[in-house]
Each structure stands twice: as C-alpha cells, then as structure tokens.
Ligand binder design. Structure first.
Ligand SMILES: CC(C)(COP(=O)(O)OP(=O)(O)OC[C@H]1O[C@@H](n2cnc3c(N)ncnc32)[C@H](O)[C@@H]1OP(=O)(O)O)[C@@H](O)C(=O)NCCC(=O)NCCS
Length: 201
C-alpha cells in the first residue's frame, strides 16, 4: 500500500470534513422562537439568531464599534459560539443587511437561572450595537425590543442592563426604568497581565 498517498487522502478528507463543519450554518438558538415573537420586520433586513457563519459576515467588526474585541480568530469565535450553544441561556440576535450580506446590528439576552423568586429566571441585555452607517433608523430600538420580547417569552421576571449615562434616554425610550433606590451599578475589575485589556463597558 502506498502509505504517503493514503495519508494524503486521509488529510484531504479531514480537511474537507473540517471545511464542511465550518461552513455549515448553525444557529445559536432555535430560529423558530423568533417567529413566535411579534417582531416588526424591515424589508431587506434579516433578523436571526447569531450563526456560526457570522464571523465572515462581520459580526466581530460590528462589535468593535462597541468596545475592544481583540484579535479573535475564526477558530476562537467558533469555540466560543459552540461553548455558548452548549451552555444554553445565550440568545444573541443579529440583523443582517441582505444586500451586503453583513451583520449590521446585534444585541444579546443572557438568561441567568436563580433559586430566588421560585427558581425564576433573570434576563440581562448585553452588547447592543448598530453599525454606524445604519444608526438613527430605529434598528437599535428594534433589536433591543426583540431581546425584551425574548426575555418575556422565556418568563424572565426582569431584564436589566448597564450603560453609560448618555444612553439612559435611549433605553428609557424603549421602556427600561431607573428604579428609585435600586439603580446602582458597581464593578470590580480584574486585570491579568496575559489578558487583553478588559472591556470598559
Ligand atoms: C446606541 C445605539 C445602539 C442606538 O442605535 P440606533 O439604531 O441609532 O438607535 P435608534 O434609531 O433605534 O433610536 C431609537 C430612539 O432612541 C433615540 N436615541 C438613539 N441614540 C440615542 C442616544 N445616544 N441618546 C439618546 N437617545 C438616543 C433616538 O432618537 C430614537 O428616538 P425616537 O424613537 O424618539 O425617534 C447605537 O448608537 C450604537 O450602536 N452605539 C454604539 C454602541 C453602544 O454604545 N451601544 C450601547 C451599549 S450600552
């Protein structure tokens, strides 16, 4: 048997398999859930769960308009994507411009399981960003509203967020409220020498 040729065949086969695994479009969560929500769809825009293919559709470039993302490779992205999918409780919603094939807005719902309030669920709104060429067209409001609808769909008892002072009116406009005696926001930041600089948000 020609061993090098056989090895080459195996290598080629595994490369092909790797490629097909990477190229398969996997949803972070079941897209049928979004179909059950009263979402106002906009022509030319696709509202989807984050997909494994969104690395190539500029998802991280979009996030870099929010904060420092770092040099995340496709492999790192996919590892984190599948880790979130396996863990459950991560609902990243993206809006894609069908013409450009790029992700132009996103927001995340993280569902935290509690013992309190009869083993309830608490939602957290995270990583809201609209591409700067698409701002002012109500897409921020749309993607945040979808996350709020998702939180309600999962029976979260509340949805909370952290934001800079200047964005409080944006969120109040969507229905979030500063609660008297209950609107503090404190951080303890952990900096490691090896870690990329931690997010300021
Ligand atoms: C904040 C952000 C998501 C808003 O997106 P957007 O698509 O431009 O916002 P919308 O067009 O949906 O605005 C919805 C409403 O909020 C208002 N609004 C938008 N940005 C606002 C701001 N910075 N401050 C106050 N109000 C704001 C709009 O005037 C609009 O009001 P209206 O409904 O009365 O017309 C976008 O500016 C962004 O991505 N910024 C950079 C990332 C960021 O800071 N994300 C938030 C992290 S907490």
């Amino acid at each position: 048997m020609n061993v090098p040729a056989a090895e080459e065949r195996v290598t080629k086969m595994s490369r092909t398999q790797e490629k097909s695994i990477e190229d398969d479009e996997i949803n972070l969560f079941n897209p049928a859930i979004l179909d059950r929500l009263p979402i106002s769809h906009v022509s030319g825009l696709l509202i989807m769960p984050l997909r494994s293919t969104d690395y190539d559709k500029g998802f991280l470039v979009l996030l870099s308009q929010l904060t420092d993302v770092g040099n995340v490779t496709k492999e790192q992205f996919l590892n984190r994507f599948y880790s979130m999918k396996t863990a459950g409780g991560y609902y990243v919603v993206v809006i894609e411009d069908v013409n450009s094939g790029k992700v132009i807005a996103c927001a995340s719902l993280v569902v935290e399981q509690k013992f309190i309030h009869n083993c309830s669920l608490r939602g957290r709104l995270e990583d809201v960003v609209v591409n700067n060429n698409y701002r002012g067209q109500s897409l921020g409001k749309l993607v945040v509203t979808i996350v709020a609808q998702l939180a309600r769909y999962f029976h979260c008892y509340k949805l909370s967020l952290d934001c800079v002072d200047r964005l409080v009116p944006f969120y109040e406009n969507i229905g979030f409220k500063r609660e008297t005696n209950n609107a503090n926001y404190l951080n303890m930041r952990f900096h490691s020498e090896n870690a990329t600089e931690q997010s300021r948000l």
